[in-house]
Design a protein around this ligand. Sequence first.
Ligand SMILES: CC(=O)SCCNC(=O)CCNC(=O)[C@H](O)C(C)(C)COP(=O)(O)OP(=O)(O)OC[C@H]1O[C@@H](n2cnc3c(N)ncnc32)[C@H](O)[C@@H]1OP(=O)(O)O
Ligand SMILES: O=C([O-])CC(=O)C(=O)O
Ligand SMILES: [Mg+2]
Length: 289
Amino acid sequence: MRRSMLFIPGNNPSMIQNAPVLGADSIILDLEDAVSIDEKDSARYLVRNALLEIDFSGCERVVRINSIGTNFGYDDIDVIARVKPDALIIPKATEEGVEEVDELLSAIEREEGFKLGSIKIIPLIETAIGLEDVFNIVKSSKRVVAVLLGAEDLTADMEIKRTKEGEEIFYARSKVVSVCKALKVDAIDTPFTDVNDFEGLRKDSEKAKLIGMTGKAAINPRQIDIINEVFSPSKDDINWAKRVISAYEEAQREGKGVFSLDGKMVDAPILQRAKNIIEKAKAIGLIKG
Ligand SMILES: CC(=O)SCCNC(=O)CCNC(=O)[C@H](O)C(C)(C)COP(=O)(O)OP(=O)(O)OC[C@H]1O[C@@H](n2cnc3c(N)ncnc32)[C@H](O)[C@@H]1OP(=O)(O)O
Ligand SMILES: O=C([O-])CC(=O)C(=O)O
Ligand SMILES: [Mg+2]
């Protein structure tokens, strides 16, 4: 489950230390934009040591490396992959970049005796060229388990204003979601950067969920509960899904493919939606069995 993915600056030991108790499904130890050039080398070793020494209590441990187009990216991979993070985020992802990281990871996994393919990749889509090529980027490595949308860099690249309402990223969100659904990987929404506007965060998360995003990045621990709640099925959703499934079974016994529940038509796609809700609720542990 990747409902909430919390960014933590890779040069901040006290924030990293607290990570296991913050309630995020994944933590992203950042070596890229949250770390100044002067601190790139020390942050890399801090993150390496944290991965070796801290028990992250089952949180997915993800590291955002620097782009391999920079001086830092190769060193990041060489140092971090050897301590086996769960996944690497590749900023400003391109097809060639993901292929190259995949090959570098395979070489390190062989050298270290790790299972081949065990370190996953999450491409960060945050350029216009990356967005237009997202299908090929996801296809370019079997390691890809999710896509993260980065709206701050994307809107900078597109020379447009970033707004709280987010109309300017509707196409990007939709494109990422469509590709992720087609290729069966998670679609993770861009962070909401006003860490004191909780109503705005909820609206933005609901907007992303409505069109199919499966989780959202966070930049502050106070954002996690809202994100987890929005990206989990609600009690009402679960009750509705259970009623649809049992009504469907009854209709089947009566030989009907389509019937109505509360005045609304139920047929195969609605049954599928109900099953998806139950699956997700089981995966999160909201229902058992
Ligand atoms: C566009 C992008 O690339 S986004 C990704 C890169 N950006 C980041 O990683 C930013 C991460 N977030 C942060 O650095 C901070 O949350 C800021 C700068 C946004 C806000 O900082 P503040 O206003 O000081 O946060 P706030 O007052 O809520 O902090 C409360 C507590 O949470 C901690 N905290 C804040 N952010 C984080 C975080 N991301 N991870 C873990 N702990 C955090 C603080 O250290 C503080 O702890 P304390 O009470 O023990 O002192
Ligand atoms: O990683 C993210 O989601 C945030 C990011 O880099 C961006 O928006 O440019
Ligand atoms: Mg960015």
